[in-house]
Design a protein around this ligand. Structure first.
Ligand code: DSN
Length: 487
């Protein structure tokens, strides 16, 4: 890896990591060789393909190794210094470190490192908002100080109060996430939900339209954040809207936490100073272990702190330890360089598509992701995703606004720059990636299935996959994944 490397310790670091992995694989092999083999193959596959999934990255050996320890064996329900199990002193150390790094990195008054995933982090946040907001006057009316003090009968009354809470979030097809009130997700069931979209003409968020929807709907929770919107969000404006209607602003920064950590998103684009609660995963652009994190203001902190037992079971202490390591990495100056390169490279990819007549949702990007509308190639997202995979390019199909092909076949392909930037790819490399993608899609034709036209079947012109794989291999060889790491 280059200066974008998560650790940047050079040859000694790589040699030591190699020893560690070789030894670990020998130990695994002695019990179930097929798992050791699949583990080796996974590294080879990741090394040998252009990984452009916007939500994926490559964590450092230090982060990955931290997850393989005896912390995995420890139960530790509760909070730091206040556990329901004995002998949690070392878990306390790593959880406190993860929270401290998160507070310092993001400038947050409070951080909670226990959520196992993004959906867990969002559930903790939603329950914390409900628990905090119902305290006045809900709990007082029931003569209780906290939800934990309620009798069964009072819970029944409280559930009636909770029954009609409203949430306004970004719709899935315009780039929001399942957990932002999508009807089939629990967030769309526990809340009375309404969705805001983007301007059909530009694809951008229309803040006046969000404000109008908020005035009419009067949500308890306004959710900002996205998983497939290729633009920055003005969180100061979102907070103004929330304040005007008395809503709590929750920002899910899972996709762009690395750009916040790396100070690419500052001022109005940094959600942390504006949101009441900010949630994230730790494994996307933030480049940590697979997990979640919640940041909160002092007002919401006590309720978030009760994420376990309200929503979560025993924390994954080994993952919290790895979060501490990853967040320590993200506090280093080289992480800022990395984050800036992520944004620059996404821009280069978008420019590469535009100059080759690709049609992009919103006409470009100013974050880490690009959403290509593949209908101009006569393809569905499903066909495009498969043809690209045949050619060694790993992406995911994604709905575009008002998608004519729905959420399964889709009309878009989402591309992200975080993973290949970790490998050291620069702007010229991303331009070449755009060229290769266009070469594949231009050589792909929809094909009929046994019952007529199909949204899944396709043919790829002879030789395309081989030609593109060979060109991709040149880029991959020039930017090796985990250089010096040998198994
Ligand atoms: N699955 C993640 C993504 O790809 O964006 C979000 O949960």
């Amino acid at each position: 890896m280059t200066s974008s490397s998560p650790s940047g310790q050079g040859a000694d670091y790589a040699a030591t990591a190699s020893e560690a992995y070789r030894a670990a694989l020998r130990v695994i092999e002695s019990v179930e060789p097929r798992v050791a083999e699949a583990t080796r193959k996974e590294l080879a596959d990741q090394r040998g393909s252009l990984k452009l999934i916007a939500s994926e990255n490559y964590a450092s050996p230090a982060v990955l190794l931290t997850m393989g320890t005896w912390f995995s064996d420890k139960y530790a329900e509760g909070t730091v210094g206040h556990r329901f199990y004995a002998a949690c002193q070392n878990v306390d150390t790593v959880e406190a470190l993860a929270a401290e790094h998160a507070r310092e990195l993001f400038g947050a008054p409070y951080a909670y490192a226990q959520p196992h995933s993004g959906i867990d982090a969002n559930l903790v946040a939603y329950w914390a908002i409900l628990a905090t907001r119902i305290e006045t006057p809900g709990l007082a009316e029931l003569g209780a100080k906290h939800v934990n003090d309620l009798s069964e009968a009072d819970w029944e009354k409280l559930r009636a109060k909770l029954g009609n809470q409203r949430l306004l979030g970004m719709s899935l097809d315009t780039g929001g996430h399942l957990t932002h009130g999508f009807r089939p997700n629990i967030s769309g069931k526990m809340f009375h939900q309404r969705q805001y979209g983007t301007d059909p003409a530009t694809g951008f968020i229309d803040y006046d339209a969000v404000a109008a929807a908020a005035r009419e709907f009067k949500p308890l929770v306004l959710v900002a954040g996205y998983s497939a919107y290729p633009r920055r969000v003005n969180f100061a404006k979102m907070r103004e809207i929330a304040d005007e209607v008395g809503a709590t602003l929750m920002v899910d920064m899972a996709h762009f936490a690395g750009l916040v950590a790396g100070k690419v998103f500052t001022g109005d684009e940094d959600p942390v100073p504006h949101a009441h609660i900010t949630t994230t995963t730790t494994h996307k652009s933030l480049r940590g272990p697979r997990g979640g994190l919640v940041l909160a203001t002092e007002e919401y902190a006590p309720a978030v702190d009760k994420g376990c037992p309200m929503v979560l079971g025993g924390p994954l202490s080994h993952v919290m330890a790895a979060k501490a390591v990853a967040l320590a990495e993200a506090r280093r100056p080289e992480f800022r360089e990395y984050a800036q390169s992520v944004a620059d490279n996404a821009q280069a990819l978008a420019d590469g598509f535009i100059k080759r007549d690709g049609s992009l949702v919103t006409g470009g990007t100013d974050n880490h992701l690009v959403l290509l509308d593949v209908t101009s190639f006569g393809l569905t997202g499903r066909q495009a995703e498969s043809a690209l995979l045949d050619s060694g390019i790993v992406t995911n199909r994604n709905a575009i606004p008002a998608d004519p092909n729905g959420a399964w076949y889709t009309s878009g392909i989402r591309f992200g720059s975080p993973a290949l930037t970790t490998r050291g790819f620069g702007a010229d490399d991303f331009d070449r990636v755009a060229e290769l993608v266009v070469e594949v899609l231009s050589n792909t034709q929809p094909a009929a299935g046994p019952n007529g036209p199909s949204k899944a079947k396709y043919t790829l012109a002879d030789g395309t996959a081989e030609r593109v794989r060979a060109a991709a291999a040149e880029l991959l060889d020039a930017n090796p994944l985990y250089p010096g790491l040998t198994l």
